[in-house]
Design a protein around this ligand. Structure first.
Ligand code: GLN
Length: 210
Protein backbone atom coordinates (compact mmCIF):
# COMPACT_ATOMS: atom_id res chain seq x y z
CA UNK A 1 0.00 0.00 0.00
CA UNK A 2 0.96 3.65 -0.14
CA UNK A 3 3.32 5.23 2.42
CA UNK A 4 1.74 8.02 4.43
CA UNK A 5 4.02 10.24 6.50
CA UNK A 6 3.19 12.10 9.68
CA UNK A 7 5.11 15.33 10.14
CA UNK A 8 6.95 14.53 13.36
CA UNK A 9 8.50 17.82 14.45
CA UNK A 10 5.96 18.48 17.22
CA UNK A 11 2.41 17.58 18.21
CA UNK A 12 0.36 14.40 18.53
CA UNK A 13 2.31 12.30 16.04
CA UNK A 14 1.87 8.87 17.65
CA UNK A 15 -1.96 8.98 17.53
CA UNK A 16 -1.94 9.75 13.81
CA UNK A 17 0.56 6.97 13.09
CA UNK A 18 -1.74 4.52 14.89
CA UNK A 19 -4.87 5.75 13.09
CA UNK A 20 -3.11 5.46 9.70
CA UNK A 21 -1.77 2.00 10.44
CA UNK A 22 -5.35 0.94 11.22
CA UNK A 23 -6.30 2.10 7.69
CA UNK A 24 -3.84 -0.38 6.22
CA UNK A 25 -1.30 2.11 4.89
CA UNK A 26 2.37 2.22 5.75
CA UNK A 27 2.63 5.02 8.35
CA UNK A 28 6.01 6.71 8.81
CA UNK A 29 7.25 9.67 10.84
CA UNK A 30 8.73 12.45 8.68
CA UNK A 31 11.22 15.02 9.95
CA UNK A 32 13.59 15.65 7.09
CA UNK A 33 13.38 16.32 3.35
CA UNK A 34 14.91 12.90 2.58
CA UNK A 35 12.06 11.25 4.52
CA UNK A 36 9.46 13.42 2.79
CA UNK A 37 10.78 12.12 -0.54
CA UNK A 38 9.83 8.56 0.43
CA UNK A 39 6.13 9.16 1.25
CA UNK A 40 3.10 9.39 -1.04
CA UNK A 41 1.12 11.63 1.31
CA UNK A 42 1.52 13.53 4.56
CA UNK A 43 -0.46 14.18 7.74
CA UNK A 44 0.20 17.44 9.59
CA UNK A 45 -0.80 16.84 13.21
CA UNK A 46 -2.26 19.07 15.88
CA UNK A 47 0.07 20.88 18.21
CA UNK A 48 1.19 24.47 17.96
CA UNK A 49 1.37 25.93 14.48
CA UNK A 50 3.83 28.71 15.37
CA UNK A 51 6.26 26.16 16.87
CA UNK A 52 5.84 23.80 13.91
CA UNK A 53 6.40 26.70 11.54
CA UNK A 54 9.70 27.52 13.26
CA UNK A 55 10.77 23.85 13.27
CA UNK A 56 9.93 23.54 9.56
CA UNK A 57 12.41 26.36 8.94
CA UNK A 58 15.05 24.80 11.20
CA UNK A 59 14.75 21.41 9.50
CA UNK A 60 14.81 22.96 5.99
CA UNK A 61 11.39 21.49 5.34
CA UNK A 62 9.45 24.58 4.24
CA UNK A 63 10.40 24.66 0.56
CA UNK A 64 10.35 20.86 0.03
CA UNK A 65 6.89 20.68 1.57
CA UNK A 66 5.56 23.61 -0.44
CA UNK A 67 6.94 22.00 -3.58
CA UNK A 68 5.30 18.61 -2.86
CA UNK A 69 1.95 20.26 -2.11
CA UNK A 70 2.18 22.34 -5.28
CA UNK A 71 2.73 19.08 -7.21
CA UNK A 72 -0.47 17.62 -5.75
CA UNK A 73 0.69 15.48 -2.83
CA UNK A 74 -2.33 14.40 -0.75
CA UNK A 75 -2.23 15.94 2.71
CA UNK A 76 -4.38 15.99 5.82
CA UNK A 77 -4.04 18.73 8.42
CA UNK A 78 -5.68 18.54 11.84
CA UNK A 79 -6.00 21.73 13.89
CA UNK A 80 -2.46 23.23 13.86
CA UNK A 81 -1.97 21.21 10.66
CA UNK A 82 -4.99 22.93 9.12
CA UNK A 83 -3.45 26.29 10.03
CA UNK A 84 -0.15 25.34 8.34
CA UNK A 85 -1.90 24.29 5.12
CA UNK A 86 -4.00 27.46 4.87
CA UNK A 87 -3.19 30.17 2.37
CA UNK A 88 -3.64 32.79 5.08
CA UNK A 89 -3.93 32.84 8.86
CA UNK A 90 -5.66 35.50 10.95
CA UNK A 91 -4.44 36.04 14.53
CA UNK A 92 -1.23 34.16 13.74
CA UNK A 93 2.26 35.28 14.68
CA UNK A 94 3.66 37.73 12.14
CA UNK A 95 6.56 35.40 11.24
CA UNK A 96 4.35 32.29 10.96
CA UNK A 97 4.87 30.49 7.64
CA UNK A 98 2.11 29.02 5.48
CA UNK A 99 2.47 25.92 3.29
CA UNK A 100 -0.42 26.90 1.07
CA UNK A 101 -1.99 23.58 0.03
CA UNK A 102 -5.46 24.90 0.89
CA UNK A 103 -7.10 28.00 -0.54
CA UNK A 104 -8.67 29.06 2.75
CA UNK A 105 -8.30 31.78 5.34
CA UNK A 106 -8.27 30.38 8.88
CA UNK A 107 -8.58 32.15 12.19
CA UNK A 108 -6.22 30.80 14.82
CA UNK A 109 -7.61 30.14 18.35
CA UNK A 110 -10.94 31.24 16.90
CA UNK A 111 -13.36 29.77 19.42
CA UNK A 112 -12.28 32.08 22.22
CA UNK A 113 -11.97 31.56 25.91
CA UNK A 114 -15.37 30.23 26.90
CA UNK A 115 -15.25 27.36 24.43
CA UNK A 116 -11.46 26.98 24.40
CA UNK A 117 -11.94 23.22 24.27
CA UNK A 118 -15.20 21.47 23.56
CA UNK A 119 -16.71 18.45 21.89
CA UNK A 120 -19.57 18.22 19.50
CA UNK A 121 -21.12 15.73 17.10
CA UNK A 122 -20.58 16.62 13.47
CA UNK A 123 -22.15 15.47 10.26
CA UNK A 124 -19.29 15.28 7.78
CA UNK A 125 -19.85 15.09 4.04
CA UNK A 126 -18.33 11.84 2.75
CA UNK A 127 -18.72 10.04 6.10
CA UNK A 128 -22.08 8.27 6.18
CA UNK A 129 -23.64 6.80 9.31
CA UNK A 130 -23.37 8.16 12.83
CA UNK A 131 -22.05 11.69 13.29
CA UNK A 132 -18.37 12.06 14.17
CA UNK A 133 -17.48 13.11 17.71
CA UNK A 134 -15.20 16.12 17.20
CA UNK A 135 -12.75 17.29 19.87
CA UNK A 136 -11.71 20.94 19.55
CA UNK A 137 -8.64 22.15 21.47
CA UNK A 138 -7.78 25.84 21.02
CA UNK A 139 -8.91 25.21 17.48
CA UNK A 140 -9.00 27.41 14.42
CA UNK A 141 -12.04 27.75 12.18
CA UNK A 142 -12.16 28.45 8.48
CA UNK A 143 -13.10 32.04 7.91
CA UNK A 144 -13.46 31.89 4.12
CA UNK A 145 -12.88 29.44 1.29
CA UNK A 146 -11.69 29.74 -2.30
CA UNK A 147 -13.73 28.46 -5.26
CA UNK A 148 -12.09 25.00 -5.34
CA UNK A 149 -12.65 24.28 -1.67
CA UNK A 150 -15.47 21.99 -0.59
CA UNK A 151 -16.98 22.56 2.87
CA UNK A 152 -17.40 19.16 4.60
CA UNK A 153 -18.68 20.20 8.02
CA UNK A 154 -19.90 23.15 10.07
CA UNK A 155 -20.51 23.48 13.81
CA UNK A 156 -24.12 22.68 14.76
CA UNK A 157 -26.07 25.12 16.98
CA UNK A 158 -25.79 22.91 20.09
CA UNK A 159 -22.59 21.21 21.38
CA UNK A 160 -22.37 17.62 22.68
CA UNK A 161 -22.75 18.81 26.29
CA UNK A 162 -25.98 20.58 25.36
CA UNK A 163 -24.51 24.08 25.33
CA UNK A 164 -25.48 26.70 22.80
CA UNK A 165 -22.58 26.90 20.33
CA UNK A 166 -23.09 30.66 20.17
CA UNK A 167 -20.78 32.43 17.73
CA UNK A 168 -19.24 29.09 16.77
CA UNK A 169 -22.50 27.81 15.25
CA UNK A 170 -22.28 27.50 11.51
CA UNK A 171 -18.50 27.92 11.40
CA UNK A 172 -16.60 25.80 8.88
CA UNK A 173 -14.47 23.12 10.56
CA UNK A 174 -13.75 20.55 7.83
CA UNK A 175 -12.76 21.19 4.22
CA UNK A 176 -11.36 19.44 1.20
CA UNK A 177 -9.59 20.76 -1.86
CA UNK A 178 -8.79 17.90 -4.25
CA UNK A 179 -6.44 15.56 -2.37
CA UNK A 180 -6.01 17.96 0.57
CA UNK A 181 -8.20 17.48 3.63
CA UNK A 182 -8.28 19.54 6.82
CA UNK A 183 -10.22 19.50 10.07
CA UNK A 184 -10.18 22.03 12.90
CA UNK A 185 -10.71 19.13 15.33
CA UNK A 186 -8.75 16.03 16.38
CA UNK A 187 -10.22 12.73 15.11
CA UNK A 188 -7.01 10.95 16.18
CA UNK A 189 -8.05 11.36 19.84
CA UNK A 190 -11.40 9.54 19.76
CA UNK A 191 -10.66 6.11 18.32
CA UNK A 192 -13.09 6.77 15.44
CA UNK A 193 -10.99 6.03 12.37
CA UNK A 194 -13.42 7.33 9.76
CA UNK A 195 -11.72 10.67 9.02
CA UNK A 196 -8.37 8.90 8.54
CA UNK A 197 -10.13 6.29 6.40
CA UNK A 198 -11.55 9.09 4.24
CA UNK A 199 -8.05 10.52 3.85
CA UNK A 200 -6.55 7.11 3.02
CA UNK A 201 -9.22 6.76 0.30
CA UNK A 202 -8.07 10.11 -1.16
CA UNK A 203 -4.47 8.86 -1.04
CA UNK A 204 -5.32 5.61 -2.85
CA UNK A 205 -7.41 7.51 -5.39
CA UNK A 206 -4.48 9.87 -6.09
CA UNK A 207 -2.10 6.89 -6.41
CA UNK A 208 -4.40 5.24 -8.97
CA UNK A 209 -4.72 8.48 -10.98
CA UNK A 210 -0.91 8.97 -11.08
N1 GLN B 1 -3.88 26.79 18.85
C1 GLN B 1 -2.95 25.95 18.14
C2 GLN B 1 -2.21 26.71 17.06
O1 GLN B 1 -2.39 27.88 16.93
C3 GLN B 1 -3.64 24.76 17.54
C4 GLN B 1 -4.15 23.85 18.62
C5 GLN B 1 -4.17 22.39 18.25
O2 GLN B 1 -3.56 21.93 17.28
N2 GLN B 1 -4.84 21.65 19.07
O3 GLN B 1 -1.44 26.13 16.34
Amino acid sequence: GPAVGVLALQGDVREHLAALTACGVQAVPVRRPIELDTVDALVLPGGESTTMSRLLETFDMLEPLRARLAKGMPAYGSCAGMILLAREVLDGRPDQQQLGGLDVVVRRNAFGRQVDSFETDLDIDGIPGDPVRAVFIRAPWVESTGPEVEVLATVPPVTASGHDAGAAAGRIVAVRQGPVLATAFHPELTGDGRVHALFCDLVREAARAA
